[in-house]
Write a protein that binds this ligand. Structure first.
Ligand code: NAI
Ligand code: MG
Length: 486
């Protein structure tokens, strides 16, 4: 077990109140580290450090300089690939192969924004006067960033990289369950050229450290990823100081299979869509809509494959599904498994695995419910675990109606060999991303965010950096005549 500190103003510090919180290995329930349990005083110290870093240098760096810092962070990630992946798996539970993928993705994210730094352009506006009108892009200032536990390092990258690219200083609060990978990487920041206070990593609980960050008067922007429930709290609290807010919240995404889809690809796509990362994915394809002619056949094939998914500690290379992140999440998913048993028919899973070796960790079985009505709780609420709800449909119109009948709108996928049908669906689905004949690939170059209650704003690509910029209008009078009004 290690005792760790957090990063404030370029120094590794304890919480002012000397309190700590336990960090666990979800595969064994063991405490593997203690990190500071930051309170409002610590958050205030971090925000002041960020403000100082911003005002005293970072805001005046050139885009080229910031780009180089971001490239160095990417290199630092690649140089630590194995240790970061191992730490990520140890702390979040996810299979090591997925952690390696996430670490690579995090490096790619910093690289992308390193390149984008020199491509953030303002505009020249053709105003009807003898004048030069400019729209300049400027950094927001100090960003507060609150992230979840399902992709700990990658979510940190999605937040830090665009903020630094824009020229903001940041205070990042990782999820209390999973602070280890970002704390590890943060040790490299100074050598990469991040100024003291440019990035602060404050560990602590959401209700205390997170809430203090959102409420702080000197934070200009809040970026949050997590539950709808907390997203609403964040938005309400940020209203008091009128901060710019972006929210990436959950989903109940439909994965839609027409009868003319390639069946083998469909079965794989449905399972991957909801079981990857133990189902702890905001864009999980947790509602699987299947057209009646292939309903039985596809269900049987999914069940056969689901039975063979290998559960185990993420650190074992053969593992395809690790434990859930925490006891709290395990209990939440178990509750939904119980609800599902009453609301629908259970095809496979439905509880905890029976193997003795898996009893201490937070493991649940990959679970498939079928004949689910779209009004059922398991079809409406985000579960954030490996639980699939299979819903039959008849026509294209049916599929569309069921798919859009959800408070969420993060993602959707359509599977068919008929491109016309696919494109009609693409046009009408209410979701921030629609995949055709695939589900889940996400690229740092392309926009990410939700419709409806899945969020506000877009991350990644040039859209992501916009969230950290504001626009200044500059009017330069080219006429040497007086205004001539009085
Ligand atoms: P959560 O929304 O409580 O936690 C996410 C982050 O917000 C964490 O860093 C947490 O410390 C922070 N937080 C919590 N309360 C806060 C507050 N009052 N003010 C500021 N920050 C606060 O999510 P939780 O409880 O871990 O998971 C509950 C459910 O949320 C999951 O079952 C899932 O449905 C959803 N979720 C969605 C995610 C997504 O990627 N969209 C990620 C994580 C959870
Ligand atoms: Mg919570």
């Amino acid at each position: 077990m290690t005792s760790q500190r957090m990063l404030i103003g370029g120094e590794w510090v304890e919480a002012a109140a000397r309190r700590t919180l336990d960090v666990r290995n979800p595969a064994t329930d063991e405490v593997i580290a203690q990190v500071p349990d930051a309170g409002p005083e610590d958050v205030d110290r971090a925000v002041r450090a960020a403000r100082r870093a911003f005002e005293e240098g970072w805001r005046d760096t050139t885009a080229q300089q910031r780009g180089r810092v971001l490239f160095k962070i990417a290199e630092a990630i690649r140089a630590r690939r194995a240790e970061l992946a191992e730490l990520e798996t140890l702390n979040s539970g996810k299979p090591i192969v997925e952690s390696e993928f996430d670490v690579d993705d995090a490096a790619t994210c910093f690289e992308y924004y390193g390149g984008l730094a020199t491509k953030v352009h303002g505009e020249v506006v053709p105003v009807p006067d003898n004048a030069l009108s400019l729209a300049l892009k400027e950094p927001m200032g100090v960003a507060g960033q609150i992230i979840p536990w399902n992709y700990p390092l990658l979510m940190a990258a999605w937040k830090l990289a665009p903020a630094l690219c824009a020229g903001c200083a940041t205070v990042l609060k990782p999820a209390e369950q999973t602070p280890l990978s970002i704390l590890h990487l943060a040790r490299a920041f100074a050598d990469c050229g991040v100024p003291a206070g440019g990035v602060n990593v404050v560990t602590g609980y959401g209700e205390t450290a997170g809430a203090a960050l959102v409420a702080h008067r000197d934070v200009d922007k809040i970026a949050f990823t997590g539950s709808v429930e907390v997203g609403k709290i964040v938005l309400r609290s940020a209203a008091d100081t009128l901060k710019k807010v972006s929210l990436e919240l959950g989903g109940k995404s439909p994965n839609i299979f027409f009868a003319d889809a390639d069946l083998e690809a469909a079965v794989d796509g449905a399972l991957f869509g909801v079981f990857v990362n133990q189902g702890e994915v905001c864009s999980a394809g947790s509602r699987v809509l299947v057209q009646r002619p292939i309903y039985k056949k596809m269900l049987d094939a999914m069940v056969e494959k689901a039975k063979r998914i290998r559960l185990g500690p993420g650190i074992e290379r053969e593992t395809k599904m690790g434990p859930l992140v925490s006891r709290e999440q395990l209990e939440r998913v178990q509750r939904y498994q119980e609800i599902g048993r009453r609301e629908a028919r259970l095809a496979v899973g439905g509880g905890r695995p029976s193997e003795a070796a898996l009893q201490r960790g937070y493991f649940v079985e990959p679970t498939i419910f079928y004949d689910v009505d779209n009004s059922a709780t398991i079809a409406r609420e985000e579960i954030f675990g490996p639980v699939m709800a299979v819903i039959p449909f008849d026509s294209e119109a049916d599929a569309l109606r069921i798919a859009n009948d959800s408070p969420y709108g993060l993602a959707a996928a359509v599977w068919s060999r008929d491109i016309f049908k696919c494109l009609r669906m693409v046009k009408r689905l209410q979701a921030g991303i629609v995949w055709v004949n695939h589900m889940q690939p996400t690229y740092v170059e392309a926009p990410w965010g939700g419709y409806k209650m899945s969020g506000i704003g877009r991350e990644l690509g040039p859209w992501g950096v916009e969230e950290y910029l504001q626009t200044k209008q500059v009017h330069i009078n080219l006429s040497e005549q007086p205004i001539g009004w009085y």
